[in-house]
Design a binder for this molecule. Structure first.
Ligand code: NAP
Length: 259
């Protein structure tokens, strides 16, 4: 059984995919968890498997939902050692054809909620001189992504914010990590209208949510700034950090044409 240095955790987007896998890994290791998402029935079904799990049903695109999660993170009676900002979604399609309200929700969840919860977590963790913050970004944060433009832009924000915070809290006892998965089979594909990726991209490009969750938890414990699961994606992220902008756009153009 894996042993983690944290005794308690709060995971957003714990009702499916990567967040659910994190909750299971933490539960198996005896870490007390607060599970956050909109589908309370799914959270309860997971929480019932462990004696020390709590359910917090919240819509993180709303001020009210964010405020309740912020209050739970800041609760001095029941401190949270690890906060995982995992809830997120994308919108595939031409930018000007996607509903404006949907893009507002995407930005509210991927950026605004993550920023509020990160701020709340770091505030209490710096005070306690201990804590771990894991923000789930994406390999899409490192390059332009036509037909997934807003998603990639929100994740570029997440990676950049998280790397900045990683440096800002250096020496305080708090560890901050951006987890950047590549293609991972979850409900993301149906929610984000990218189900065709399942047939367009070869099997070797796909990770499981268990694999991604395990690597993310290991890397936040190690205090890494960036966590990229899978050797192939590590290579791609390394290459995209040295490619000049015009070449990155050419790669984006070619990958769009190949699909
Ligand atoms: N799958 C991939 O290929 C991939 C690749 C790179 C990065 N990621 C990132 O990984 C993270 C997890 O995604 P996933 O792949 O595990 O997808 P998923 O299976 O669709 O899980 C998304 C989670 O976010 C929650 N969520 C969605 N809207 C919410 C809202 N308004 N308020 C609160 N919770 C909300 C969902 O729960 P409810 O619907 O119950 O609210 C669900 O638990 C996301 O940030 C995603 O961008 C995924």
């Amino acid at each position: 059984m894996t042993r983690y240095p944290f005794r308690s955790a709060l995971v957003t987007g714990a009702s499916s995919g990567i967040g659910e896998s994190m909750a299971v890994l933490l539960g198996q290791a005896g870490v007390a968890c607060v599970l956050v998402a909109r589908r309370g029935d799914r959270l309860t079904e997971i929480a019932d498997r462990y004696s020390n799990f709590e359910v917090l049903e919240a819509d993180l695109t709303t001020d009210e939902g964010c405020a309740r999660v912020v209050a739970r993170i800041a609760d001095p009676q029941h401190p949270i050692d690890l906060v995982v900002n995992n809830a997120g979604f994308g919108s595939s399609g031409l930018f000007h054809e996607i509903e404006s309200a949907r893009l507002d929700d995407e930005i509210a969840l991927n950026i605004r909620a993550l920023t509020r919860l990160s701020r709340a977590a770091i505030e209490v963790m710096v005070e306690r001189k201990s804590g771990w913050l894991l923000n789930v970004s994406s390999v899409a944060s490192f390059q332009p992504a036509p037909k997934l433009a807003v998603y990639a832009a929100t994740k570029a924000y997440v990676t950049n914010l998280t790397e900045s915070l990683h440096e800002e809290v250096r020496g305080t006892g708090v560890k901050v990590t951006a987890l950047c998965p590549g293609l991972t089979r979850t409900e993301f594909q149906s929610v984000s209208n990218t189900s065709d990726y399942q047939t367009q991209f070869p099997e070797f490009l796909w990770c499981t949510s268990e694999e991604v969750a395990r690597v993310g938890l290991e890397d936040v414990v190690k205090g890494k700034a960036l966590s990229v699961p899978g050797a192939l994606y590590k290579g791609l992220v390394g290459a995209s950090s040295v490619l000049p902008g015009p070449l990155k756009r050419l790669v984006a153009r070619l990958s769009l044409r190949a699909r």
